[in-house]
Design a protein around this ligand. Sequence first.
Ligand SMILES: [Zn+2]
Length: 83
Amino acid sequence: MSDTKPQCPNCQQNVLQSLSTRCMYCGSELPKNLHPSDAQKQAILSRHEESNRAHDLAMEARANKDKKKKKQKPPIEPPFNIQ
Ligand SMILES: [Zn+2]
């Protein structure tokens, strides 16, 4: 196979793209050809930013929803059967 996934020479785990130059499984230093390039680092960083932003938006939406919920209290039914 031509497109073999990069593997850690120490533990033979598939090397995941990350900002680290170390294997995230065994912690050993990876060979230079498996280090992330600057372009890869940028891509990873921007992906992180995007997911952070999405997370923030989701949290904000939830907070707004909660606020709305608190504001719109269900009308309390007056007791009609007062004797
Ligand atoms: Zn490893």
